[in-house]
Structure formats: structure tokens, C-alpha cells
Design a protein around this ligand. Sequence first.
Ligand SMILES: Cc1ncc(COP(=O)(O)O)c(C=O)c1O
Length: 370
Amino acid sequence: MTVNRIFLSPPHMSGRELEYIKKVFESNYIAPLGEYVNKFEESVKKYTGAKYALALSSGTAAMHLALKVLQISDEDEVFASSLNFIGSVAPVKYERAALTFVDSDYKSWNMDPDLLRREFVKRVASSQKLPKAVILTHLYGQCAEIDTIKEICDYYNVYLIEDAAESLGAFYKGRHSGTFGDFGILSFNGNKILTTSGGGMLISNNKAFIDKARYYSTQAKEDKPYYEHTELGYNYRMSNVLAAIGVAQMEVLEERVRKKREIFDIYREELNESAEFMPELPNSRGNRWLTTTLFDTAPEKIIKALEIEDIEARPLWKPMHMQPVFKNSKALGGEISEKLFEKGVCLPSGTALECEDVLKIAKIVKKVID
Ligand SMILES: Cc1ncc(COP(=O)(O)O)c(C=O)c1O
């Protein structure tokens, strides 16, 4: 690895982060909370249109709290997108609920709404229990068919949690991903479109839900002058120092989305003939967090050819229904996410890349696939 290594999606600072961190230090509100946590939550609310937001230590923590608030327990089942990152679904197991994975469709590469609907219809017809919640991931920053999935969940009275960890900046029919369901979760880990080095946020339009999540996020303290606890909570809040980074990062979000989409356009222009790109549903604007493509050539060959040039690329997420850790979980379908995994590559999509870098990467890929 050299200093010039091209990473998949490294942090890209706006330039204002240190200024805001300095203000945090001057105020001595290093931790736990402080002005910048509020500012960060406000800026995310304003951008996404969510009514309430809670800054947390990670996206995984945000998912865990969503499940806690919805009282998901060992008596419940949760459906989740199979083509996914584990942080989206591991919290279901923290709460010992059953997990059932739902396959993707080719139209969106995200959860297949027809598969979901068919399963709900079948279960109701055979008097089987429905899941308590559905976790819908907007993969690689591209929106799932959210309105149909929300309609199904509403009709059957099933909670909907949107995993928008990768999709900050992605809108469906003019509405931000993560604001359709009962909860949305965001991640600000190091490779996301914005980063706070590590962090997450829970968003919702339901005040009682976010109030309850806030309570759980700070050790479930009762409203007493001393520390009293009737339930177990967690230490999941975001620090003021990290929130200061988040505020500076939010200022350049639209710029970052524009750049991600520009990078995608270059790849598409250069590789269109031999690659199939992750689709963008009509009436949506994805953030193209990572440009993801299917090739007929084995992903390992492409990834290896790039690695020789010190360029990082990766296979698509290995579907959750294929993960040894979830060997006892059920799956609805699975063939499509397996195919996507078999043929898919995530190409470097860092927003600090120059156009020439993207052209260079495309050229290396072309050499392997042609
Ligand atoms: C789809 C998805 N869900 C959940 C997470 C978990 O977020 P975090 O890493 O902040 O815990 C991530 C990111 O890592 C993700 O990509």
C-alpha cells in the first residue's frame, strides 16, 4: 500500500471541521453532548425533512434503538433485505428475534416488493403470524421501491424501518430516503458519503419514538434528581466533538452527491458496453454512494487487476442469507442477490477523485473485461 492508494470511498473533509472542533474545545463541551450535537441534528432534520433526529455513536446503534423502541423481542420476527451489510440486521439478533431475509429484484437491486406482498398474503391466508417489522435497505445509496413497500407494511400493520445508512442525499418522489417508515437510520462511518469518523443517526416523524430512543441511548435514566433505572439502556449518544465534524460535513452534502453522480457518469460512459450498472428507479435520485456494476468477468479478476495498481475495489455485499452466522434464518427467494453478488463489483467512488483517476480506473477495468 502506498500513500497514493485509491480507496473505495475515503473520508473527504470540507475544510471547516477543525474550525468547529476548535469551538467545541473552547467551550469545553468535549463530551458527552453540547451545541454541535443539536446543530448536527437540526441540519439533518432540515435536509431530510424528518421531524425528529437523534445523533448516535453508529448506524448499528441507531438500528438497535429502533428495534428496542418497537419492542422487538424473542417472540417476534423481522424481515430484512438480504443484499445488505450486517450492521443493518445484527441488532435483530441482539434482541433474539427471528430474521427472515427477502431477496432483491433486478429492477432496483433492493428488496423485491412482490416477494414481500406474496409472503404476507400467503401468511394471512394460512393464519400464520406476520413479522413485527420490515428493515428495508436503500443499497449503495439507491432508493428501493419505497412507496410500494410502505403501502404493503401499512396495509398489514407491520412497522417499517428504513436503513438509509448508505443513502443520505437520496430522494424518492422528492422525499428523502429514511423518512417514509416509522424510523430511518443513517451512518457516518468512515466510508460513507459524509463521515464523523464514526457515528449514526435515528430519524423519525414520531416524537414519542425518538424520545424513547433518547432515553435508551443514555442508560435509560428516569426523570429523577438521582440515578434511577427501571429498564436497561445503552451508552449510544454521539459526542459533541464528532458532531462538530458532522456539521461541517453537512455543509457540503449536495456537492458530494453531485460528485458521486459525476463519477458514476464517467464509469457509465466508459464501461457501458460491457457492464450493467445498478439501476435508479424512476422518480428517484440516488446518491451513487458507490458505483456498482455487474460484469461477465469474475469480480476477483477485476479487483485483483486494480489492486496491482494500488486501487481498492470490492465485491458486492455477500447476501445475508448466505452468511454462516445466519444459517438458521429463513429466506424468501435468494437467487437474484446471489447472482448480483457473483457478478458485482463496487468501484472506487471517493469524492476527492479527479476525473483522470476515474478514467484511469475505467481503463484498467476495460483491459480485464475486453
Ligand atoms: C446498509 C448499512 N446498514 C448499517 C450500517 C451500519 O452503520 P455503522 O457502521 O455506522 O454502524 C452500514 C454501514 O456501515 C450500512 O452500510
